[in-house]
Design a protein around this ligand. Structure first.
Ligand code: S3P
Length: 435
């Protein structure tokens, strides 16, 4: 499958984007170990979250899907999961694998976690090391990659862990394992990362303390099922935001988007580049801040990206590379080496893609220096990475001629109906099923 993208005229509109991926994963996992019903609305029915849903069902949890955005979970408590009848296939999802590794480390039964080719090459040592310190026994391939073989029946003990890298997935894995550990598990992180796990645990009645950046939780606390309204995913909204900013003259509203301050780095960075982005109707929904995001076309200027914003915009760097490539002047990205171990090596994939569109880009080990310019036409490789595919498609909307982005099936992991949603603002992005 590939995208055929034509130069587009973006027009004024109001749009919604699908539910938040991180929150949808967490609602499934936490609802599964809560007591009573958890009703999820606004669920992201993307392939990643559906893989988590199947995994929880294989772990014996009763989960129904009355509609494509609604989920009902009948939770039976912290110790109700059952030995799965087969390996758990988490497909492309790093979040599913890392969080579930934490959750499954403290169970009575053993389990095996697998993934697709991309996930099978991603580093799991970062969760295996601290979970092992807690008493878990987890086998992996010799280089620390999946499949993960998690032994059952291990008694977990609480630890304090200073995270060596900023990772919400590792933090969340430890918090989930901490629920099954004896004592108080605590974590410090080198930079603030998304705190959806802490917030949702709080909504479900678990006491999670954040004292000057030290996050702690006492084991054995029971979770109460609840209603979860999943906001629209800011990471998905970022593609709409960029298309509008780069357009000639458009004014678009994206409604009910999650604007948790641990996620809004992309807005701050784009505003710093001159982007006209405002948040309206701010409110709190189930412990998560949401807002309507109004975006108007703007002239962007290059800048030196503030390293303090990196962990708050970790998934938006592919989009930000495109913004930099379309801005006037030079933009310097540094401190983003983590991008090399995402669904693809995102620094390398974006550098190659933008270079093929005529942009001057100097790839660095932990970043890139991008000289803004005009995109030419080209045929680009997404390396099977959803965010690379969508970011390069947005570049295509302002290129001098049509752009092809290859291997885009993975877009379904986070943004099903991407083309239909982008069509609502006039973006001419067509999904072509290869024969
Ligand atoms: C996520 C955390 C981030 C992010 C990923 C989702 C989460 O990963 O890139 O898309 O839901 O916790 P890291 O923890 O590896 O930074």
């Amino acid at each position: 499958m590939h995208f055929q993208v034509n130069p587009s005229k973006i027009y004024d509109a109001s749009v919604t984007v699908p539910g938040d991926k991180s929150i949808s994963h967490r609602a499934l996992m936490l609802g599964s170990i809560a007591t009573g019903q958890t009703a999820i609305k606004g669920f992201l029915a993307g392939k990643d979250c559906l893989a988590t849903m199947s995994a929880m069902q294989l772990l014996g949890v009763e989960i129904d899907m009355p509609s494509s955005t609604e989920i009902l979970i009948q939770g039976c408590g912290l110790n109700s999961l059952q030995k799965p009848g087969s390996d758990l296939n988490l497909e492309n999802s790093g979040t599913a694998m890392r969080l579930l590794a934490g959750l499954l480390s403290g169970q009575r039964f053993s389990s095996v976690l697998r993934g697709d080719e991309s996930l099978s090459g991603r580093p799991m040592g970062r969760i295996i090391a601290p979970l092992t310190l807690m008493g878990a026994v987890i086998g992996s391939d010799p280089d620390g990659t999946p499949p993960l073989h998690i032994s059952g029946g291990m008694e977990l003990n609480a630890i304090h862990y200073d995270l060596p890298m900023a990772s919400a997935q590792v933090k969340s894995a430890l918090l989930l394992a901490g629920l099954y550990a004896d004592g108080v598990t605590s974590i410090t992180e080198p930079a603030v990362t998304r705190d959806h796990t802490e917030r949702m645990l709080g909504t479900m009645g678990v006491t999670v303390v954040n004292s000057e950046g030290k996050i702690s939780l006492e084991g054995g606390q029971q979770l109460d099922g609840c209603n979860v309204n999943v906001p629209a995913d800011l990471s998905s909204a970022s593609f709409v935001i960029l298309a509008v900013l780069l357009a000639e003259k458009a004014d678009v509203m994206i409604t009910n988007v999650g604007v948790n301050p641990t996620r809004t780095g992309v807005i701050e960075i784009l505003q710093g580049m001159g982007g006209d982005i405002t948040l309206e109707n701010k409110q709190l929904s189930g412990g998560e801040p949401i807002a309507d995001i109004r975006v108007r076309s703007s002239q962007l200027s290059g800048c030196n990206i503030d390293p303090a914003l990196v962990s708050l915009a970790i998934d938006e760097f592919p989009v930000l590379f495109v913004a930099a490539a379309a801005a006037s002047g030079e933009t310097i990205f540094s401190g983003i080496a983590e991008l090399r171990v995402k669904e693809s090596d995102r620094i390398s994939a974006m550098s190659e893609g933008l270079r093929n569109l005529g942009i001057r880009i100097d790839e660095q080990p932990d970043g890139a220096i991008i000289q803004g310019g005009q995109f030419t036409s080209g045929t680009l490789q997404s390396y099977g990475d959803h965010r690379i595919a969508m970011s390069l498609a947005i570049a295509g909307t302002v290129a001098s001629d049509s752009v092809t982005v290859k291997d885009v099936a993975a877009v379904d992991t986070s943004f099903p109906d991407f083309c239909q949603c982008m069509a609502k603002i006039g973006a001419d992005i067509n999904l072509i099923k290869s024969t």
